[in-house]
Design a protein around this ligand. Sequence first.
Ligand code: AMP
Ligand code: ZN
Length: 468
Amino acid sequence: MKEVRFHNSLTGNKEIFSPEFPDKVRVYSCGPTVYNFAHLGNLRAFLFVDLLRRSLIAFGYKPDMTMNITDIDDKIIRESIASGKTIQEFTAPWVKAFQEDLESLNIQKLEHYPKATDSIPSMVEIVKHLQSRDLVYEKDGSLYYSISKFKDYGKLSKIDVSGMKSGTRYDTDEYEKDDVRDFVLWKFPKQEGEPSWETEIGSGRPGWHLECSAMIRDVYGSGVDIHTGGVDLTFPHHENEIAQSEGAYPNENFVKYWLHSEHLLVNGEKMAKSKGNFFTLRDLTKEGADLRHIRFLLIAAHYRSKLNFTKDRLEEAEQSVSRIQNCVNRLLEADSKSGSASINSNIQIPEWDEFLDSLADDLNISKFLASVFETVKETNQALDQGSISEEGISKRLELFRKIDSILGILSFELKEEVLDSEIDEMVRQRQEARQNKNFAEADRLRDKLNELGIILEDTKEGLRWKRK
Ligand code: AMP
Ligand code: ZN
């Protein structure tokens, strides 16, 4: 097995990856809160998970991955009440939109997509364990985590707990960075119509952080090898997950490697729903953007560096994808025409293992892509010079297929190339069929031309055609 290194946010170092079971690498990723369409920033985080998955597979591991769906939180409750729907009715279309987005971006399906509302019993179990270890207190019917009693609090985010205001609490799910307070585990119902569960720890609903600790237990029994999420989740969300899981089950390993992905920015600011500076996939495809270009744009920057989104960047992504695809098209064409290759070739084909070396270094996609473009350049030169053997062509195609097992942007179907003279002939036959009132044949030819992307125009000089 290849030696792989990941940057672990817990230690701040690149560490050699050694999962407990190579044939079941457990990965948990914080997923979407389903109250709207995902924006490109969210999608960057989900594409990072896809890159991680595809790389683990390429390294020879067998991943077993989970992304949770947050289908209960303050915003969802507010909006479902306002629209007179249950939270299931309100969230169902957004869950569907999320799944459609993943599919559109060619994101591989994970093994598990649990919903927060399906793991209430495990949440209750965790709180009971925390209570038995004296880490919980009650105030006005809600339950809070007493973080001063958990000695490791702050170990992931390196937050300074010395300024903590003892006994002060947070009722909301989200709060400002650096403000260290006790967080809510279980919320007493406050407003009419609010969803609530009758449980052993009282009636109410879970705080946001509890769901991830519970879903990890539901899916894997104890902990995971890798936990991912956007950098904004390091504190408080992931810090609180650690406090919950390690506080409740101190003898178990919760998470070995924490991987955090950086933000997508717009004009230097984080893309966020609350800022109104966001784009959804639908916004961009409506303007004619191609999904493969969006996918490339979002995975081409290293996951730990910020990425500024601009329309120019999207155009650059388009050019990059075309460059690789054109090279693949040339290889496919050469492969389909026997006898077009030279007999001997002394041009070396790059080793796939060298590409994997880049990914094995904390998913260094920039280095990986530099090798891809080098291969494109070399391949084009070899094709120009006719110095590529039949074996060389199929080996190179094999290499590009492996490259695409990571990038997920290429097509390996040979497009039918139709010559201008052939189109001229089809247009002439169509005119003839019409003159002879053979409308079935005329329609067949019209459909065929349409399929080939040919537009017919009536001009003063007669019928003209052009390609779309
Ligand atoms: P949410 O749906 O807000 O719970 O977020 C889902 C995921 O998207 C989390 O992992 C966030 O960290 C991530 N995320 C949110 N905004 C951005 C952004 N602008 N760039 C990258 N990731 C983001
Ligand atoms: Zn989470």
